[in-house]
Design a protein around this ligand. Structure first.
Ligand code: LUZ
Ligand code: MOS
Length: 754
């Protein structure tokens, strides 16, 4: 089935927040952000700005009727600064004007004196100064000290990964309008409608039932709108509530890039021990997460780093410690993979370090240590339905790995100015929110008296195709044509207390809740038909392609007729479904449990060609075998895989965030922040669907697909790295992503330290 939004998207008919027709009297908001990254506000002068044409009001923290607090996990982030600022762009005042242009002009007229303090941008420095956002966490297995004492080979080093701008096509934004009795309705571009509702209520001093949040769809989220859509919705709501006028706020691209958080950069130390057979006997690592100026989701992201520190390898003796470090950057946040990729990069770096030093292929070490059925993860879960070796072996057979490696080696022997690099990137990604209480969802289904169906779930459509999957679920459970079904917007009054659409778990959680709701109506229809057609109670009703079968009896009614008759018989044609993932649990004191419903596996083979004069490179191909389970929509799943791969490759190779010494973002536009385009994507991308049954806990056994493929992009780093090594075996093994042409050039011509 095609994505139900495809036709409207290409015709420009899909509706985003900025497309909602504005009401008469709508006002526009714009934030004045701190020009200084750290300091004390000594004087804020609004006089000139207030005289600018069209300015209606300028709000500061003093205007906030409720709590001036938007922290998602830890209450450490004011909506509007009081007397201190902690990052460049931190909101200080909110201008409300009659037009967008007037609001922007007035922001430029605001004057502020800030006594600047020293800033920190490096998480290692923050850690050394005790600037932590949350308690450090450690995951352990076995006994690393004893294992290192016995190891044949030990290597240690550092591995760093940079941040990443989400660059959703639709920037952050919201539109709030006043309703009766002090209530408020907000259209928001958020992955977390309930988070927006809860925080708006808290800041405005309202009850949650006074705040309705509606989301039609997002023009991309990638984690950037899991928590950080909230602030902008609260800004619009604050103006709306105080002035009792509709207020709209859509960030422009540069505001969005400057003021919102990004993927957390990490700096890490590793130590890896191997025995004479290249078995990894011990691994120890410390992760210094750059959290930015407030916790946001960083403590949860940190946890997912630890959960993915061993990637898809079994490591019997393991100690990983992670620190969430406070710096003077905008608070960093969720980004596809949620700390997992940052953790997986480090173990891959350690393996490549060992391989280079020992003169063996990294693939030999990787394959030797792949996770097997029944192996234990450092956090206590036992690998079940483990497809790590299946993906690896199928990729190596289907894509003729031995031959490919021989071709690369031969090319490298024959050429001096060009070198080829080949890497394998196995992935293993845990599905479920690591915070167990978040793993539940609800759905609401109405069958209207004409037989058409309306569905609401807590799932937010952000381009990933979840609405199409939801429609497929309902069509399949009811046994009717998809055309009869409509996906409603995601709205907090129809489906309450939702978890954000995140953690790759949205289709599973909401799909299972939806299937349950549809099934509840089917049971009522069954009871009605059994009585009507004198069948034994509980005779099974099956509707297939709209053909109605009651036990052995074919019922000669159309779907419309069935619904019409049921309606006249006063049968309830609406149902609510609820689903909470069974099995999962986790004990944060012991750092052990069974946090994931299941894992997703796969292997990517990446090849590149490096120009050793210029330091530039191209990707020849990425060939993947991926564990989709029993994919319920191959087109959508393939789209997620290709998109994730390219986004991961961008993070690893070219997307480079630059801040100056004052903590100002220099790469604040698309001219200075480069993302993959048609010219930088691999010339070939192949994706093979591993043949497997999937998992019982995945919707229709179709495994979660949102985040896992991003981590194939890590293979791009090591393909380039291996090509550099083919040219210069003596370059220092320092691992620092992205591996930009500048870094490549330095590596190519580096001489060994004496
Ligand atoms: N968000 C979250 C996530 O709150 N918890 C998670 O475990 C998670 N994982 C991936 C992406 N977003
Ligand atoms: Mo996400 S990083 O699943 O919002």
């Amino acid at each position: 089935m095609k994505n139900i939004d495809a036709a409207n998207h290409v015709q420009g008919k899909s509706i985003y927040v900025d497309d909602i027709p504005v009401r008469v009297g709508t006002l526009y908001a714009c934030v004045f952000g701190s020009p200084v990254a750290h300091g004390t506000i000594e004087n804020l002068n609004l006089t000139k700005a207030l005289t600018m044409s069209g300015v209606v009001r300028i709000l500061t923290y003093e205007a906030i009727p409720g709590e001036n607090q938007i922290g998602g996990i830890i209450p450490d982030e004011p909506l509007l600064a009081i007397d201190k600022v902690h990052f460049q762009g931190q909101p200080i005042a909110l201008v409300i004007a009659q037009s967008e242009a007037q609001a922007h002009a007035a922001v430029k007229a605001i004057e502020v004196n800030i006594k600047a303090k020293k800033i920190i941008t490096d998480p290692r420095v923050a850690h050394a100064q005790g600037e932590l956002l949350s308690e450090p966490r450690s995951f352990r297995l076995g006994d690393v000290d004893t294992a290192f004492a016995k190891a044949t080979h030990i290597f240690s080093g550092q591995a760093d990964t940079g941040g990443q701008e989400h660059l959703y096509i639709e920037t952050q934004g919201a539109y709030a309008y006043p309703m009766e009795h002090g209530s408020i309705r907000i259209a928001s571009s958020t992955q977390g409608p309930t988070a927006v509702q809860r925080t708006v209520a808290k800041v405005l001093g309202l009850a949650m039932h006074q705040v309705e949040v509606d989301v039609t769809r997002l023009g991309g989220g990638f984690g950037g709108k899991e928590d950080q859509a909230t602030a902008w919705a609260v800004m619009a709501a604050l103006g709306c509530s105080i002035l009792q006028k509709p207020v709209k706020y859509i960030l422009d691209r540069m505001e969005d890039m400057r003021m919102t958080g990004k993927r957390n950069p990490y700096r890490s130390d590793y130590k890896i021990g191997l025995d004479e057979n290249l078995k990894i006997v011990a691994f120890e690592a410390s992760y210094f997460q750059n959290g930015g100026a407030a916790a946001d989701l960083s403590p949860a992201i940190l946890e997912r780093t630890l959960f993915h520190a061993n990637n898809s390898y079994f490591i019997p003796n393991f100690l990983a410690t992670a620190y969430s470090c406070r710096t003077n950057l905008p608070p960093n946040t969720a980004f596809r993979g949620f700390g997992g990729p940052q953790g997986m990069f480090v173990i891959e770096a350690a393996i490549h370090h060992a391989a280079g030093a020992l003169g063996v292929k990294a693939t030999t070490i990787q394959r030797e240590n792949l996770l097997k059925e029944g192996d234990v993860f450092p956090y206590g879960q036992i690998a079940a339905g483990c497809e790590a070796s299946a993906c690896w072996e199928q990729a190596s057979q289907k894509y003729k790995l031995t031959q490919l490696q021989a071709e690369v080696d031969e090319f490298n022997q024959k050429n001096t100015l060009y070198k080829k690099g080949l890497s394998l990137m196995p992935i293993c990604f845990g599905i479920s929110f690591t915070n167990t209480p978040m793993n539940h969802a609800r759905a609401l289904v109405h069958i209207y008296s004409d037989g058409s169906v309306g569905i609401s779930t807590g799932a937010v459509e952000m381009g990933q195709g979840v609405n199409t999957k939801m429609l497929q679920v309902a069509a399949q459970v009811f046994g009717i044509k998809p055309e009869r079904i409509k996906l409603e917007s995601t709205n907090t009054t129809r489906v309450a207390n939702t978890s954000p659409s995140a953690a790759s778990a949205t289709a599973d959680l909401n799909g299972k809740a939806l299937a349950q709701a549809c099934q509840a109506i089917i049971i009522r229809l069954q009871e009605f038909l059994c009585e009507k057609f004198s069948e034994e109670p509980q005779t099974i009703l099956k509707i297939n392609n709209e053909k109605i079968q009651l036990g052995t009896q074919a019922i000669d009614w159309s779907w419309e007729e069935l619904i019409q008759q049921a309606f006249l018989a006063r049968i309830n044609l609406s149902a609510k479904g609820h689903y909470a993932t069974p099995v999962i649990h986790f004990d944060k004191k012991k750092e052990k449990g069974h946090p994931f419903a299941y894992h997703v596996y796969g292997t990517a083979i990446t090849t590149c060609t490096l120009d050793c004069v210029r330091g530039i490179y191209e990707f020849d191909a990425v060939k993947i075998v991926h564990d989709f389970g029993a994919s319920m929509n191959r087109m959508i799943d393939l789209g997620q895989t290709e998109g994730g791969l390219i986004q991961g490759m961008g993070w690893m190779t070219m997307e480079e965030l630059m801040y100056n010494e004052e903590g100002k973002l220099l790469s604040n536009a698309l001219s200075t922040y480069k993302i993959p385009d048609l010219y930088s994507v691999p010339k070939t991308v192949e994706v093979e669907f591993l043949k497997t049954d999937g998992s019982e806990l995945a919707i229709f056994r179709s495994k979660a697909v949102g985040e896992p493929p991003l981590m194939y992009g890590i293979g791009a780093y090591f393909a380039v790295y291996n090509a550099v090594q083919a040219f210069n075996p003596n370059f220092t093994r320092n691992f620092s992503a992205p591996i930009t042409p500048e870094k490549v050039l330095l590596g190519l011509y580096e001489t060994p330290a004496s």
